[in-house]
Design a protein around this ligand. Sequence first.
Ligand SMILES: *Cc1c(COP(=O)(O)O)cnc(C)c1O
Length: 372
Amino acid sequence: MAEQSAPRAEVVVDLDAIRHNVRLLAARAAGSATMAVVKADAYGHGAIPVAKAAIEAGATWLGSCSLAEALALRDAGLDVPILSWLDLPGADLAPGVAHGIDLAASSTRELHAIADAGHRAGSTPRVHLKIDTGLSRNGCPPHEWPALVEAAAKSDVDVVAVWSHLACADEPGHKSVDVQADRFDHAYRVAREAGLTPQRHLANSAATLTRPDLHFDLVRVGIAMYGLNPVPQEEDLKPAMTFRSSVALAKRIAAGESVSYGQTWTAERDTTLALVPAGYADGVPRLLSGRMDVWLAGKRRPVRGRVCMDQLVVDCGDDDVSEKDTVILFGDGANGGPTAREWADTIGTIDYEIVTGMYRPRVARTYVGTRG
Ligand SMILES: *Cc1c(COP(=O)(O)O)cnc(C)c1O
């Protein structure tokens, strides 16, 4: 019988780490509810298992980018409030209303589409009116806000909340945060004057960690729940994602031999190479060629030459490495191992993009810390 072999490349998601992080964030936001943001398949970690773990740890809301993502959560039996914030004009919102998904409106056009969906679904839609306080992405521009709140007050919708999103909360002390908070406060007062009694929510992970004055009724945490720290202060967060593979082939090469396409690296001495069957098709950025280490056989070891589509090559010197040894490409950084943050810093991006980019058909995804 064939021996069970490890996947070529595998993302392992630690649900205990997710629970730990959610408990920490919910405690920091004590007095406010916590929304677990699970858009983009939970930043590449898997929306449904992550949402379940987050709820077990104290989250009472879920956030998703699209109605399709939100309905998938409902279909999985998750019955907490779910906010969905961005669909195309013309999208059929009636299934969202029918399944009790909260919808966001940034314009009277969106508000009317939601009210219309409510009529077709035969129930009252729950709406969160979004004010643009300075991000200039979605959200209602201030000059259209009075008309939006007045239309909402007259529509067959339940206005659950007024909300907005911060541009620079990950730079604590950035002056835009207070400017946005002031504009948010003003927009809330305009909504109250129109007769609405909405909740308020503004904080992302960074503001949850650094601005308790902006927690309001609900905080929306994403990146920190996955254990990646968006702010330059120490936090006891545990990265939930480990990306690993294993040694497919180990061999000696002689001094003077070069490695991988372009022969960009040449061995100065005889050395042992470990071939790892993971490359840019599996989420290892080619920009990391010659600029990354992996954790293998008890220590960090450099990747030599170019990262290929399906393979990369690790220099193990004179150490013993065995075929099938586990290779950690990134993980929680314990013992000084590589992290998603380190990859992001090396290639000039953010760890959000690294982990979210790990959702790939060729990469297996497994869970540890599951319950029941
Ligand atoms: C993604 C997102 C969040 C979560 O942001 P993090 O920085 O990951 O905490 C919160 N609110 C909205 C509207 C978002 O799009």
